[in-house]
Design a protein around this ligand. Structure first.
Ligand SMILES: Cc1cc2nc3c(=O)[nH]c(=O)nc-3n(C[C@H](O)[C@H](O)[C@H](O)COP(=O)(O)OP(=O)(O)OC[C@H]3O[C@@H](n4cnc5c(N)ncnc54)[C@H](O)[C@@H]3O)c2cc1C
Length: 486
């Protein structure tokens, strides 16, 4: 059977690896780190299990990507559904609960934004069309002629009703009465899911991600890393190989094909096809001189992705005893989001004792930040870098105190992380995370790399970020590899 080497044990790499193993391929995953999951991993420090990046797990509803993957593989996730509010959005003047239950959610938005009903109806209709398309394994954007020819098979009558929105920005859907609070409420959610606010985000993509709270949000027992660990367990139990501490340092290329991967520990593997669970920048670096011209010009042309400033906090659970685990804060609705003005806070569930020493719980706080300024400071002015880190940590603590009074007093361990931290731990150049801003479906990135037997998987390809998003992308890549290799 053909051999597939997957570079990276993020959710995208592991999902594609598992599906290919299920199809009968021989599969080896090479992971640089000592644990799986990358940005959706959970790491251990001083008795705490901290989520490294992703904290909110969605897509576990009946037709959600994680459920469909579990059905295909015959595995079970160690998760329990969130039934009340998926998260609470804290604006300066009000709190909005993102209820899972549709009726409770309708009551909540009508109470807070009485003029917004028709907006939500349209958003739900467009979201339903997109989710239905994703269930049909739509190969978008097509990477081969076969995929292009198959595209029309995924269309249904209702798909055509979404066509007028194909080139529109999300701001075009906002109600006329939109005020600063409503815009900040919408923008904060678009930023974490589409990596762009309503002025730039694609209308259809934005509608789809606003549905997230009602699309199977769960607690993963032991932390988000449980998703990746379940996949590693499944791969190993079914004859796949997952090797940790094996950072791929070089790829051999001959006749426009990759022939072998070499790791920093001296392991060399030949294979019929390779998947890079990498950003285009990381792949270009890995290929060096052998990088195709298209890839070289792509990384020169593109703006960098967002980065994240994070804070991992060990909390006294007697002081912060809030049972709703996810909170999103916007400190000033008239200022740009990110850079500490919008912060996502996730607490470990009170009943998950595996996450922290007795009487404690973990919190992961994050805000979007632009990567270039951090990189410059880190290289040129270490003192200013440390000062900025301390200043951002203050901003995040202020936001947490606003949403969860007592947070500062409860914080017994605080570890801030910058884009540089992400670069170090996830090997993503400049610490760019979260995939490309989804500003236009017509510019969506396909898995192509310019080499015949090498494809990208993960949040750089459409539909982009989140464990649910990269799972959809990986399902499509696994199918593509199967068609090209067999
Ligand atoms: C702060 C933050 C908050 C987020 N919040 C959420 C959230 O709440 N919910 C959600 O669903 N998503 C969230 N996301 C997004 C989500 O985490 C990512 O989109 C997703 O996990 C990315 O998966 P990936 O497959 O692209 O792989 P990555 O996570 O990028 O993992 C790639 C893996 O490849 C390994 N690797 C890299 N280079 C090499 C090499 N040369 N050799 C071997 N191994 C290599 C890395 O070590 C890593 O383990 C968040 C992300 C961040 C940063």
């Amino acid at each position: 059977m053909p051999h597939i080497v997957v570079i990276g044990a993020g959710i995208g790499g592991l999902t594609a690896a598992a599906l290919l193993l299920k199809q009968g391929f021989r599969v080896t995953v090479l992971e640089a780190s000592t644990y799986p999951g990358g940005c959706a991993g959970t790491f251990f420090h001083q008795g705490y299990h901290f989520d490294a990046g992703a904290t909110l797990a969605g897509g576990f509803d009946a037709n959600g990507p994680h459920t469909r993957l579990a059905d295909k593989l015959g595995l079970e996730w160690n998760v329990s559904p969130i039934r009340d509010a998926a998260w609470v959005v804290h604006l300066p003047e009000r709190k909005i609960h993102q209820y899972v239950d549709q009726q409770a959610w309708r009551d909540e938005y009508l109470t807070n934004f009485p003029y917004s009903e028709s907006f939500w109806h349209r958003q739900e209709r467009l979201a339903k069309i997109s989710w239905d398309i994703s269930i049909r394994d739509f190969p978008f954007p097509p990477a081969t002629l076969d995929e292009a020819l198959r595209l029309p098979l995924g269309l249904r009558l209702d798909t055509f009703s979404a066509l007028p929105y194909l080139t529109r920005k999300f701001r075009g859907l906002l109600p006329k009465q939109t005020d600063a609070e409503f815009k900040a409420f919408i923008d904060a959610q678009l930023l974490i899911s589409a990596q762009a606010v309503s002025d730039d985000a694609d209308a259809l993509y934005g509608s789809t991600v606003l549905d997230l709270p009602r699309r199977g949000v769960v607690h993963v027992h032991g932390g988000m890393g449980g998703i990746a660990e379940t996949l590693v367990g499944w791969l190993r139990a079914n004859g796949g190989q997952v090797c940790f501490r094996q950072q791929v340092a070089r790829l051999d290329v001959k006749n426009n094909r990759v022939t072998a991967a070499h790791t920093n520990k001296g392991l060399s593997l030949q294979a019929d096809a390779f998947l890079g669970n990498l950003t285009p920048w990381a792949l270009e670096k890995l290929l060096g001189e052998a990088a195709p011209t298209s890839l070289k010009s792509e990384v020169r042309r593109r703006d960098p992705m967002w980065g994240a400033f994070v804070m991992y906090v060990g909390l006294d659970a007697n002081i912060v005893d809030q049972s709703i685990t996810h909170h999103q804060v916007v400190m000033d609705v008239n200022k740009k989001l990110g850079e500490g003005n919008s912060v996502f806070i996730s607490l470990s569930p009170l009943d998950d004792e595996s996450r922290a020493p007795k009487g404690f719980r973990t919190a992961t706080l994050s805000t979007h930040t632009s990567v270039l300024s951090w990189d410059e400071l880190h290289k040129k002015d270490p003192e200013a870098y440390e000062e900025r880190k301390a200043e951002y940590a203050e901003r995040l603590l202020n936001a947490a105190e606003h949403a969860l009074p007592g947070f500062r007093k409860a914080a017994k361990l605080i570890m801030p992380g910058t884009p540089h931290t992400y670069e170090f731990f996830t090997r993503r150049p400049l610490g760019m995370v979260g995939g490309f801003p989804q500003t236009s479906l017509l510019r969506a990135r396909s898995p192509r790399t310019g080499l015949k037997n090498l494809w990208l998987v993960g949040d750089s390809i459409f539909p982009g970020q989140s464990t649910a998003g990269v799972t959809i992308g990986a399902m499509r890549v696994a199918k593509l590899v199967q068609e090209r290799i067999l």
